[in-house]
Design a protein around this ligand. Structure first.
Ligand SMILES: *Cc1c(COP(=O)(O)O)cnc(C)c1O
Length: 424
């Protein structure tokens, strides 16, 4: 459920008409709904309310790292799951307390591990034996104790797109399950480390609970095995990955309620504090990308609607071949079947092929729906297209939460070497 709907024939974000926003900030722009963010945060929390002790809910910042988005979710009691020092600094700047921050990722640098230790975060999820040794040396050198969870690679097929499946034995993520008990014991012996538990995250946009259940069961068996060796396990981090609906023609992914019930069943008797790292689920359909039609181009066999947004603004269709619903902001009566493309010089710069919408004319506004997750954050400046602004709406209020980049901003960061300067 989201808060982008037609009011008197004009699409609004909550109480704000989108044409007014387009007038104020120009197009394209991302628009986020605070009410939708809060609603998703509350629905996910409610689905896990029966767990005891209360779990740590750590929003996966990479899905949408805008400070105002992180702050809105922090206001709902969420912590942060971060995968770089940059994301950690964003979370801290947005007001997330360090004791609610988890640092994940397969290639944390020495500098990042040190920054995480000095910030005093809740947990560092270690993804290899080599990283464990590096962390031990850094923490011991600083005279600190690193709170560690080992990320397990459970060797399950998540049943999602290959580029966002992370739990197979061929993936770069996590430590093979069979090596976990010995490595956990080693972590308990090494200086500078306090192993608290295990973590798992098998992929994103999961449409089926079964692979998650298999991974969690594997985690449960490992916890029991580690405890049999006399070691303490007090935490288990179950990652993120729950899918959201993009294409109304496809079956809906499992609900947060069904997920919560599965988690309660599988983790009964574990006697740990659980953590969760939802990303897409919280922000995905709380955001849209608003774009203007530049041209309607009649090809030999197809009609192309050329938008002022492109693959550099929203790369998911190009990267994963996925569906984003496209709706006119002020729908005209009738129907149009067209291919939606951007102005970038790549054939892959296409949002939808042979898609039916309402008729569109140059100057019309369209909304690419469900663009709040892995949208703005994956944008680039390819074709020297400046990064687009982000707007957060709350009721009848709105605010520009990231400015539009300018070409001058881009040029300022580039320098000619002395031998190419004029007169050089
Ligand atoms: C990306 C990621 C998440 C969030 O995944 P979603 O599918 O957006 O919920 C959580 N944990 C880790 C370790 C991740 O890499």
């Amino acid at each position: 459920m989201h808060h982008f709907a037609l009011v008197d024939g004009v699409m609004h974000a909550e109480g704000v008409p989108l044409p007014a926003l387009a007038e104020a900030v120009g197009t394209p722009f991302y628009c986020y709904s605070a009410a939708t963010l809060a609603r998703h945060a509350q629905v996910f929390r409610a689905a896990l309310a029966h767990l005891s002790p209360p779990p740590l809910l750590a929003y996966a910042v990479k899905a949408n790292p805008n400070l105002a988005v992180i702050r809105t979710l922090a206001g709902e009691g969420y912590g942060a799951d971060v995968v770089s020092e940059g994301e950690m600094r964003r979370a801290l700047a947005a007001g997330v307390p360090p004791e609610r921050i988890i640092f994940s990722g397969v290639g944390k640098t020495a500098g990042e591990l040190e920054a995480a230790l000095c910030a005093g975060i809740y947990q560092i999820n270690v993804e290899s034996e080599e990283e464990l040794h590096a962390l031990s040396a850094i923490a011991a050198g600083l005279g600190l104790a690193a709170p560690v969870a080992l990320r397990v690679n459970p060797d399950v097929d998540a049943g999602t797109h290959a580029k966002i499946a992370t739990g197979g034995s061929e993936a770069k993520f996590g430590i093979p399950a069979e090596r976990i008990p010995a490595l956990y014991a080693e972590a308990a012996r090494l200086p500078g480390l306090v192993p608290h538990g295990l973590a798992v995250h098998i992929g994103s946009q999961l449409g089926d609970l079964a692979p998650m259940e298999a991974a969690f069961s594997r985690l449960g068996a490992l916890i029991a095995e580690i405890r049999r060796a006399g070691l303490a396990v007090t935490r288990a981090d179950l990652g993120g990955g729950l899918g959201i609906p993009y294409d109304p023609a496809l079956p809906e992914p499992p609900s947060p309620e069904a997920y919560g019930a599965m988690v309660a069943r599988v983790t009964a008797g574990w006697d740990v504090r659980l953590a969760f790292e939802p990303g897409r689920l919280l922000v995905g359909n709380a955001g849209i990308l608003v774009s203007r039609v530049i041209r309607v181009k009649r090809g030999l066999r197809r009609i192309f609607v050329v938008l002022d947004a492109a693959m550099n603004d929203l790369i998911r269709p190009t990267l994963y071949g996925v569906f984003h619903d496209i709706r006119a902001v002020v729908p005209r009566p009738g129907a149009l079947r067209a291919t939606f493309v951007g102005p970038v010089c790549e054939t892959g710069d296409q949002f939808a092929e042979d898609r039916e919408t309402t008729p569109l004319e140059p100057g019309d506004l369209v909304a690419l729906m469900t663009a709040g997750a892995y949208g703005a954050t994956m944008a680039s400046t390819y074709n020297s297209r400046p990064l687009v602004p982000e707007v957060l709406v709350r009721g009848r209020e709105w605010a520009l939460v990231r400015e539009r980049q300018t070409v001058d901003d881009m040029l300022r960061q580039e320098h000619l070497p002395p031998w190419l300067e004029e007169g050089g």
